[in-house]
Write a protein that binds this ligand. Structure first.
Ligand SMILES: [Fe+2]
Length: 286
């Protein structure tokens, strides 16, 4: 999401471009297969069962990077979502409008071998492997649409910065309760080999029960693993809280509150894990 990008001349008015599946090289498909095998081996037992069920949507008739047309056809049957290609980051209003119309925008390039564990811009592996499986889950699919609709409204309140934290701490880096256990569901985590273990098993980060206002006050890290993860009870509960909240007074209230540091813990937080922040301290001192 960003507003400083010029629309490339080859893209349509809604910024979409053809995926051009036939143009991928054998090496690019092999990179997808390698990442897919690595993540799908490590995620069972760590990721929410809904993600593993949704992963079946990605098992295409052709190996390698999914063909978005085939993917959309499958997803459409399940929850009415489609996947469309974009050339890179798109402006906020364009991004929200796609979500509000149940279209997920995905990058079409794939990382190179030297970027296997870290890259700055989301590639097709992050966007499709990370995000698409949960779009096959009805409540999560509705949540993503509601987020897009809320995003369009937030532009009128100058509150995008606050709302972006909701996306960050749920869609990208969310954890979910599973009985007495925690499981992964955020796309930024499940598409990352390192963070899939860190988010769940490392002593460093805080794990705090989801609280909408609290979370929308909290800054986040874009350059390293998160210092706090927020834990939802269920996708149904996340959807319900989002739908039942009147965001206009919430944005007004947030204006009167201080932002919180990524590692902050408040007296009223329901803390599941008080992190040592050892990872962040090492990173900051190096
Ligand atoms: Fe993402």
């Amino acid at each position: 999401m960003s507003t400083q990008y010029e629309r490339p001349p080859e893209s349509a008015a809604d910024w979409t471009v053809p995926q051009d599946w036939a143009r991928y090289t054998a090496d690019e498909h092999a990179m997808w297969d390698r990442l897919f095998a690595r993540q799908s081996a490590m995620l069972p037992g760590r990721v929410t069962p809904a993600f593993l069920e949704g992963l079946d949507v990605l098992r295409m008739t052709k190996p390698g990077i999914p063909d978005f047309d085939e993917l959309s056809e499958r997803l459409m049957k399940k929850t009415g979502w489609q996947v469309v290609a974009v050339p890179g980051l798109v402006p906020d209003d364009v991004f929200f409008d796609h979500l509000a119309n149940r279209r997920f925008v995905a990058g079409r390039f794939i990382r190179t071998p030297d970027q296997i564990d870290y890259l700055q811009e989301p590639d097709v592996f992050h966007d499709v492997f990370g995000h698409v499986p949960l779009l096959a889950h009805p409540a999560f699919a509705d949540y993503m649409q509601a987020y897009g609709q809320g995003g369009l409204r937030s532009l009128g309140f100058g509150a995008l910065h606050k709302l972006a934290r909701l996306y960050w701490y749920t869609v990208e880096f969310g954890l979910i309760r599973d009985g007495d256990d925690l499981k992964l569901y955020g796309a930024g985590i499940v598409s990352s080999y390192g963070e899939s273990r860190f988010a769940l098993e490392d002593a460093s980060p805080n794990r705090i029960a989801f609280d909408l206002i609290r979370l929308m006050r909290t800054d986040y890290r874009i350059d390293d693993y998160q210092q706090s993860y927020f834990v939802i009870d269920s996708f149904e509960d996340l959807l319900r809280q989002t739908m039942e909240t009147d965001f206009a007074p919430l944005y007004a209230a947030l204006e009167t509150m201080d932002d919180l540091a990524p590692d902050a813990i408040l007296a009223e937080d329901r803390v599941l894990t008080r992190g040592t922040q050892a990872h962040a301290k090492v990173a900051l001192s190096s």
